[in-house]
Ligand binder design. Structure first.
Ligand code: 6PG
Length: 471
């Protein structure tokens, strides 16, 4: 057998599916896993793709089986395992070889790894991959960070294995260093917001209007053929529709209301804060997921506040369902606008020059937040002559003008009924502050000057001023 064109380490769910995808697209791939039995089992199950898969029992064998210069994809758990794997690989690789970290790495770790590998003769690439198991197997969205030259080397394979949107591969070089992993982190922040807002609407329909899972499935399914058309809305309908083998009832009712998180959403919120970019919808979605995990505490609080609970009912009539659809659209747009604003700032701060139109374009297929709405975002960035906030682009001013009144009504009804809508409310209140030409921070400046002589600007004069406060 001729040598493999690429190697892949880590045969967990994502790694094994990505390896099968690579082989299926006609590229011979050497595979290695720390636990050798996993490699054997993977190979056994690879059916006719086995002819393009080279299972390797040791790292030495793995490296020897790849044609130099060797691209090696790491699909191991983000964090320590990546550093360990890089250290082990360095013993075997030669100058010119390339290590591609395709896990959900923190982009700050990626930047550190670039530094550590500098001068080693090895090339490093930080690559965000989105699309879950299905995406890895049949076409993920691929966000590449590193030297442009490195991208050119691996571009043919990556564009072969990536998802396609109307024939265009959803893989792109986004910038140097940690750019790819940063963009993936923001993708996940938006993913958290999207999922949380959908869950809040589910909560209004379930607890406010008393709809069954099946009835809600029908609503989400219908929304999936309108402006909300997206993977997450589509799978929400499917999740709501699924029945439980054990109880015969809806599976969603048998699932505990406690969501996990691996950290990428939190990183998005933290980075937004560090850069001073308000991304309250994303932050709130992360916090809501954390509160979901505190189930015991919530159960105690439910008991403690039983007497304080409002008991308002909602009626799921046509008007309310339409409001929910528009509310989700407006809130979703706010979340995306926040995520894109964070990327815009990071682009300057880290000198990445992130191509935001391209980011939107490669998110149109393969990834978890894929939605028809991303085509509009891509088009808006293409038409923008200079960097602009998404919500100042004419197409989105129109959408927000049309949809934000519904968001206001939905948040108000949720609040009145005592049903939690934190991410929807965060989107609305952020939007209200965003579009308020005359804000209230003049009072904050007055307070700051009062207690700390921090100074303030005047509306009618230049320079730094102080009040003659009588303390
Ligand atoms: C993707 C996803 C994926 C992520 C899972 C779980 O784009 O394919 O973002 O990378 O790992 O969604 O993330 P949480 O455990 O943080 O929810």
């Amino acid at each position: 057998m001729t040598k493999a064109q690429i190697g892949l380490i880590g045969l967990g769910t994502m790694g094994s599916n990505l390896a099968l995808n690579i082989a299926e697209k006609g590229h011979a791939v050497a595979v290695y896993n720390r636990t050798a039995s996993k490699t054997g089992a993977f190979f056994e199950n690879a059916a006719d793709l086995r002819e393009r898969i080279v299972p390797c029992a040791t790292l030495a064998e793995f490296v020897a089986q790849i044609r130099p210069p060797r691209p090696v994809v790491l699909m191991v758990q983000a964090g320590k395992a990546v550093d360990e794997q890089i250290a082990a690989l360095r013993e075997h690789l030669e100058a010119g070889d390339m290590i591609i970290d395709a896990g959900n790495a923190n982009f700050r770790d990626t930047i550190r790894r670039f530094g550590e590998l500098e001068g080693s003769g090895l090339t490093f690439v930080g690559m965000g991959v989105s699309g879950g198991e299905e995406g890895a197997r049949h076409g993920p969205s691929i966000m590449v960070g590193g030297a442009q030259e490195a991208w050119r080397q691996i571009e043919p394979i990556l564009t072969d294995i990536a998802a396609r949107f109307q024939g265009e591969p959803c893989a792109a070089w986004l910038g140097e260093g940690g750019a790819g992993h940063f963009v993936k982190t923001i993708h996940n922040g938006i993913e958290y917001a999207d999922m949380q807002m959908i869950a809040e609407i589910y909560g209004l329909l379930r607890d406010g209007a008393g709809l069954s899972a099946g009835e809600m499935a029908t609503i989400f399914q219908r929304w999936n053929s309108g402006p909300l058309e997206s993977y997450l809305v589509e799978i929400t309908a499917e999740v709501l529709r699924a029945s439980d083998g054990a109880t015969g009832g809806p599976l969603v009712d048998a699932i505990l209301d406690r969501a996990g998180q691996k950290g990428t959403g939190r990183w998005a919120a933290v980075e937004a804060q560090l850069m001073g970019i308000p991304a309250t919808t994303i932050e709130t979605a992360v916090a809501a997921r954390s509160l979901s995990a505190e189930r015991d505490l919530r159960l105690k609080a439910q008991g403690a506040y039983a007497d304080a609970l409002p008991t308002g009912r909602l009626v799921a009539d046509e008007a309310f369902i339409r409001d929910l659809e528009h509310a989700l659209l407006a809130a979703k747009l706010a979340a995306y606008a926040q995520g894109f604003a964070v990327m815009e700032e990071a682009s300057t701060e880290f000198r990445w020059d992130l191509p935001l139109g391209t980011v939107a374009r490669i998110w149109r297929a393969g990834c978890i937040i894929r939605s028809q709405f991303l085509s509009e975002i891509a088009a808006a960035y293409d038409q923008a002559r200079e960097p602009a906030h998404l919500l100042l682009m004419p197409a989105f001013v129109d959408t927000m003008t049309m949809a934000s009144p519904a968001l206001r009504r939905v948040v108000a009804r949720g609040v009145e009924a005592g049903l939690p809508v934190p991410a929807l409310a965060a989107a609305l209140t952020w939007f209200d502050a965003f579009r308020q030409g005359r804000g209230t921070a003049n009072l904050i400046q007055g307070q700051r000057d009062f207690f700390g002589a921090h100074g303030f600007e005047r509306v009618d004069a230049q320079g730094d001023h102080h009040g003659a406060w009588s303390k």
